[in-house]
Design a binder for this molecule. Sequence first.
Ligand SMILES: Nc1ncnc2c1ncn2[C@@H]1O[C@H](COP(=O)(O)OP(=O)(O)OP(=O)(O)O)[C@@H](O)[C@H]1O
Ligand SMILES: [Mg+2]
Length: 373
Amino acid sequence: MKEPFNPFVINTYQGKEYFCDRENNLKTLISHIENDRNVVLYAWRRLGKSALIQRLFDELETSKDYETLYIDLLATQNIAEAIQAISSSIYEKYGKTSSGLSASIQKLLASIGATISFNVLSGTPELMLGINKSEQPSQSLSALGEFLLSRKKRIVIAIDEFQQISDYEDNKAEAVFRTWVQQIPEVRFIFSGSHRTLMEAMFTEKKRPFYQSSQLESLQPIALEAYTNFIIQHFQTAKKTIEPVSIEKIYTWSRGQTYTVQLVCNHLFANYKKVTDKDVDTVFNQILVQQQAIYANFQKMLTRVQWTVFRAIAKEEPLQNPLSKDFLTKHNLGAASTVSTALKALERLELVVKDEGNYLVHEVQLARWMASL
Ligand SMILES: Nc1ncnc2c1ncn2[C@@H]1O[C@H](COP(=O)(O)OP(=O)(O)OP(=O)(O)O)[C@@H](O)[C@H]1O
Ligand SMILES: [Mg+2]
């Protein structure tokens, strides 16, 4: 892995040194895995689920006791695409040997009707699922499972954006996956997702196939104290300074959301040697200006009432009672029933979320922008 130029990484996991804390989360996850328990890792957006999985995998691979597979279902629309994502990940990990494609992988790919073709532009082999030979999804999954069981080491699979399968055209996807997971009990699964309500529903509703099948781990923001130490240490290493009060200000503005804290610190680190309170405000402002064009689209996407309610919540958050007379009059929102309908739509889109009894605009930067309108 190449060292990043800026210690406050904003793309993906770049190694332990640039990863703040989460020691307890890591311990818990390892304990689940060492005791044969599957895990659901869920949280509000951009808190660091995917990075935590990478951090965990780094640890597991270093221990040499495990092999890890990371599968992202975000772009998948149906079971066939999910199977392709799983096969690609297996192929990336095990397919290439010094003498070409490994024989066991060749056999596996043939049995699930997958073909390898060369990308003419890059010259690299790409996995294509041969449509005409396509087997039944459950048979393909069985073949993939058998391959995984044939490995000597223990396998841990993380399926990120797992809530996606509840959106597949084929409404049997959850059941098909549940059966697969049960067929390969020696393989550990981490199901992760950024749509918190969908993830919770999949694993806690009695009628759903995954009901009570895994340990639910809800990821919380990194504690302010740990984050403060981490930020100060990276500034100090570069002979720069930032005060704990500034960090607290950043943390509150970001609602403790890892991505936003990282982004603000990334800018401050890049532009200042001795960070002042004014510099922090300047960066907040720059970040919002950069996103302005994107945020303006939200207004077009929503009905007029939805937009007004949305903006009012941003201005008042954390908001306890969106139907209270005070709130309705202050923001000229009209009848409580209209607001209630708009709110339901906003919640369904996960634009507004309810966290410990308070209504919040989910995207923290968007919230800060709307509050400033
Ligand atoms: N513990 C950490 N220390 C430092 N940076 C982190 C940490 N956790 C996450 N990050 C950074 O924060 C950003 C968001 O993290 P990540 O993408 O893992 O969040 P996520 O919860 O998976 O988001 P999404 O909801 O979009 O899937 C990334 O740039 C990541 O590198
Ligand atoms: Mg993620």
